[in-house]
Ligand binder design. Sequence first.
Ligand code: PLP
Length: 469
Amino acid sequence: LDPEEFRRQGHMIIDFLADYYHDVEKYPVQSQVEPGYLRKCLPKSTPHNPEPIETILQDVQEHIVPGLTHWQSPNFFAYFQCTTATKLETIVVDWLGQMLELPKSFLFSGNGGGVLQGTACEAVLCTIVAARDQMLSQIGRENLIKLVVYASDQTHCAIQKAAQIAGIHPMNFRAIKTSKSTSYALSPDSLRAQICEDVDAGLVPLFLCATVGTTPTAAIDPLESLCAVAKDYGMWVHVDAAYAGSAYICPEFRHFIDGVEGANSFSLNAHKWFLTSLDCCCLWVKDPSALIKSLSTNPEFLRNKASDSKQVVDYKDWQITLTRRFRSLKLWFVLRSYGVANLRSFMRNHVKMANHFEGLVAMDKRFEIVVPTNFAMVCFRILPSALSERVYKNGKLDIVSEEHANEANRKLLESINISGCVFMTHAVVEGVYVIRFAVGATLVEERHVITAWKVVQEHANVMLSTYKP
Ligand code: PLP
């Protein structure tokens, strides 16, 4: 959206909302539609091409509004005041699941389904809790202390936090070591070796989190073979696609999640790289009943005909919180106003820009690309050899240690960021400090990437000219 179009659409939305509040008294306060009515009104999948805001707003008025219970109505005297939620969510998560070519078993149109939660941390917590209770119902609740959660040492700390909250003993969280030889992906052999050791020690393998696009380097854990190992031990597999999940709507990236049919759950943060504002984490599960068994409550004050009939999805039983935001509306707007075609080209454009940046880094022999670039993230650093060229000992060039190289790269990043021209972050992989250049901002263009590289070079020039270890 260019700023003028954004302004125009913003004004339309304000008019829409003003009209809504003007008329809200006229609507039946509680929705009068039959369960499932919305699925009949809307298309079966995300439109391929973008749709104009006018059409989308017209559908909101004609199809979404009748399905709402009007919590903002002055005639609302039910629960304590709050905002609205709706059934649109079941449709939107199916649309997105189809775009990702998730197996049908993850969709409502199969026997699974999806839910929009706030963050990946919440989503993983819900799945660990479901897996935990499923396992404990077989082996007895007194065995909680024996349950083990597995992930790689590149996995986001959200998983460890979720395991802790779920009551997994802190000593039973395994962050399995990865290395450059597998581009920091989790090796199925290492996983099996660790599981065997744990089983021999009398522990019970419970849960594996495989990440397809890790936070430090966008590494991709091999789903098919990891799921095969997990299956041998009856473990729950969760796929964390928080960052890179968005890219899997492009056919050329989809193969990275081949084997997902062996997993139990899959999550993607639409608020990361999918043009949706915070917060919006999509979680799909194959067996919603496992979630529901762990998370459901049925207090009398919430009982209603629709929920009792089991014809509607009662999302309070799929997540931690009871009250929920209307996240599906913003995601629905994104899907319709961009369409599959434009969403794909948005990702591809970012990947292209990251590749361009990678090419610029590769041409400067003072730098190295530390891990192969996946998606739109480049991990690079100044080489120790570039620093050595500046350091003389007894009249000869000296070797600069990795430790000194790390310190130099840390200082380089600090000076780049202090300049305020660009902002990048870092990661440490196998003791090596790397600078992460993640292309993902909605408004980024090729010229920003080129300028960013110039800024890196300028700061590197200054640092090298005065370098002392
Ligand atoms: N998983 C991965 C791969 C991530 O990159 C992140 C955040 O950067 C998370 C999980 C955590 O996401 P959230 O902040 O939504 O809990």
